[in-house]
Design a protein around this ligand. Structure first.
Ligand code: FS2
Ligand code: SF4
Length: 547
């Protein structure tokens, strides 16, 4: 196997024996063959434009398929066997529509290969995995950058679609960029341009998702979230899918069961249309990688709506309490299927919860969040006033992901050591490294402004653009904002490309730089965008802060 898509890639190069995340060589191979089949589908979808219904089915299949291959989303080999078969069925349908043409793609292996059983699917990966498609390490690096960015793009597109928001331009671009991954005539310069262009599509996806979330649940607002527990049985919901949470909240009303959020589901508490449910009682625990400890003490059932899922360890007591839905999966966990009308029936989870004890408390108190663009802009006068009078000297965007690596304590230390006149803008599960530090406020403005999930990094850009306007600056890079971003999986890749597309420079990525960036590709990013890694807290504070 070879996989280098996340920050945990073994030895900073790639996992070759077994995934640090728990992905087996067989699962990796199935995902590789599946992605190959999806690229073929995208190539055909670009040609079959007049068959609108069929193409929309393919749009969604490719989107959901890419999402399922994101780190820590799905560990179920049989799920990928089923999806590869479905991909070939759809491929043959699309080919039927093109039978009267002599398009070159129709003779390509990518739309003709046959794999009818699991072993042949695994074998096929040896020659088609994205990492083995070229000897040129820079082209390989750029193809990986684009593929991993597309996975993040697919996740955001999928979330928006679940709430009824789609954009043909997004799907067309998804297929267009997928098709570039097998083009033999694209050189390093063409792929570099494409990678940066993909960032613009990322902005479009994040903006659509922002619109979907805020139209469905209204604008996030300043909210105090309880981190203690109540005495009734509870269901813990994790991942990023707010649509699933909404359905769970409706179905648990008046059942005697409380709902708690875990990890990236925390920002659900900030939305008026979700926080209005009195039985959405609090946030339990911390970031995703703490789940192996925290699920033990939660006592009730747990619902995974998206990544990050950690495979259960031997001897753990919670396996029979875990349910997955959507693109997440693990052979040891039960599945909540999507019904024909697109809804989900959580009644078995609710019945299960009623047989369980209430959660064991982990901590007490409250955390504050809800500082997405609408809420922050309503405070714009105070914020601009504080900047002008020098009370706020710096903002530091510390968005992104949390992870298991010990060196991530850097982010806790960085937050602690920041001067008192600095404000952290955060989004994503990275916040758990410092969101319980009680960092205080500046003239009533909290020193930690949490905009929401990783996809709400878009909110931080909106805030930056508005501040630029309010302060009469020419360039977004003239703002007193430093970017110290922690990354882990592929949604962070599309967020990074989106920030670059918006012209943001001097982004620092940590705790380590992506293993899939070749030295030459990294050099291009350094020269054009001054991208860098991190060093010690002391050195970085000196280097990053402008004033
Ligand atoms: Fe955190 Fe995991 Fe949010 Fe990432 S829960 S690292 O998928 O998307 O961030
Ligand atoms: Fe390794 Fe990350 Fe790939 Fe898992 S997703 S196999 S940890 S590089």
């Amino acid at each position: 196997m070879f996989c280098n898509q996340c920050q945990e890639a073994a030895k900073g190069v790639g996992c070759t024996v077994f995934g640090v995340c728990g992905k087996s060589p067989e699962l990796t191979a199935l995902m590789d063959t599946f992605i190959y089949s999806l690229i073929g589908l995208s190539c055909l979808a670009l040609e079959v434009k007049e068959e609108k219904e069929l193409v929309r089915e393919v749009d969604l299949f490719v989107t959901e398929g890419l999402f399922a291959t994101i780190t820590n989303a799905n560990f179920d080999e049989e799920e990928f066997v089923t999806r590869i078969k479905e991909s070939i069925r759809l491929r043959n349908q699309l080919k039927e529509r093109l039978i009267h043409t002599n398009l070159p793609i129709l003779t390509h292996d990518i739309v003709n290969f046959e794999v009818d059983h699991k072993q042949s699917m695994i074998k096929k990966a040896l020659s088609v995995a994205i990492h083995s498609t070229t000897e040129n390490e820079d082209i390989r690096s750029l193809r990986e950058l684009i593929l991993f960015g597309l996975k993040g793009l697919a996740a955001y597109t999928s979330h928006a679609e679940k709430l009824g928001f789609t954009d043909d331009e997004l799907f067309n671009n998804l297929h267009r960029f997928m098709a570039t991954l097998i083009q033999p005539d694209l050189d390093v310069s063409a792929y570099t341009t494409l990678a940066l262009e993909l960032g613009n599509v990322g902005v479009l996806a994040m903006s659509l998702l922002d619109q979907a979330n805020t139209s469905s649940f209204r604008h996030p607002e300043l909210t105090k979230v309880n981190i203690g527990v109540q005495n009734r049985p509870g269901i813990l919901i994790t991942g990023h899918d707010l649509h699933d949470l909404k359905q769970l909240l409706e179905q648990t009303q008046d059942t005697g069961v409380d709902v708690y959020t875990h990890s990236e589901m925390l920002p659900a508490h900030y939305y008026p249309e979700l926080k209005k449910y009195p039985h959405l009682v609090g946030n339990y625990g911390n970031a995703w990688h703490e789940q192996t400890k925290e699920f033990e003490t939660f006592n009730g059932p747990i619902v995974f709506t998206t990544n990050c899922l950690v495979p259960p360890r031997q001897g753990c007591t919670y396996t029979e309490r875990v349910y997955t839905t959507g693109n997440t999966g693990h052979p040891d966990f039960k599945v909540i299927k999507t019904l024909a009308d697109g809804t989900k029936d959580f009644s078995c989870v609710i019945e299960h919860a009623l047989t369980c004890a209430a959660p064991t408390p982990l901590e007490t108190g409250e955390i504050i969040g809800g500082f997405a663009h609408h809420q922050v802009l309503s405070l714009a006068d105070s914020v601009v006033g504080a900047i002008k009078e020098g009370a706020i000297k710096n903002f530091v965007v510390m968005a992104g992901c949390d992870g298991r690596h010990k060196e991530r304590t850097y982010y806790t230390d960085f937050a602690k050591e920041l001067p008192q006149d600095s404000v952290i803008l955060t989004a994503g599960c990275a916040k758990y490294k410092y969101n319980k530090l009680n960092l205080g406020d500046i003239n009533g403005i909290p020193r930690l402004l949490d905009a929401g999930q990783c996809n709400d990094s878009y909110s931080l850009v909106v805030i930056a653009l508005k501040l630029k306007e309010a302060l009469g600056l020419e360039d977004i890079n003239d703002l007193p904002i430093a970017y110290n971003i922690a990354w882990y999986e592929q949604k962070a890749v599309i967020v990074l490309l989106a920030l670059l597309a918006l012209g943001v420079k001097n982004i620092h990525l940590g705790p380590t730089l992506p293993a899939f960036l070749s030295p030459n590709v990294l050099q291009v990013l350094v020269e054009n965008f001054a991208i860098g890694g991190i060093s010690t807290v002391e050195e970085d504070l000196n280097e990053f802060l402008k004033a």
